[in-house]
Design a protein around this ligand. Sequence first.
Ligand code: RTP
Ligand code: MG
Length: 141
Amino acid sequence: MALERTFSILKPDVVAKDAIGAIYARMEAAGLRIVAAKMLHLSQEQAAGFYAEHEGKPFYLPLIEFMTSGPIMVQVLEAENAVQRYRELLGATNPAEAAAGTLRHDFGTGMPPNGTHGSDSPESAAREIAYFFEDNEICPR
Ligand code: RTP
Ligand code: MG
C-alpha cells in the first residue's frame, strides 16, 4: 500500500503542559513518521477558517476560544494508512470515552480540551495540510 499523509494538531492544553515530546514518542512508536512540524499561536481568523465546518454548532465558540488560547504544534504524519492509524492512536473525541492507552485518554482532559486533532479522511488531510504547510516545508524520507 502507498504511503499516506495525515494532519495532526497538539492543542493548547498539551503544549501548555509540556507533553509535546511524550506525544511525539507515541506517534513514532506507532510508525507514524513526522515529516513536517511547527509551533503556531492561531489567530481568530486562522482558527475560524480551520474549523469552518463546525460554524453554528453549540461547541463552535468555545472551540475557537480554546484553540486560540495558547500555542499549538501542527504536524504532517506519513505512513501506510496514516489517517486511520492516527485516528486509532487518538481514540474517541471525548477523553472520557477514549480507550486507555489512546492519546485523548492519556493527555486530554475534557471537551474542548481533548489534547489532539487528527484528520478524519484523506480528503480532509489534504485540505488541512495545505492550510498550514507549503510543499517545501514537508520533508519525506
Ligand atoms: P478533531 O477534529 O479535533 O480531530 O476531533 P473530532 O474529529 O474527533 O471531533 P469534531 O467533531 O471534528 O470536533 C472538533 C473538536 O471540537 C471539540 N468538540 N467539542 N462539546 C462538544 O460536544 C464538542 N464536540 C466537539 C473537540 O475539541 C473536538 O476535537
Ligand atoms: Mg474533526
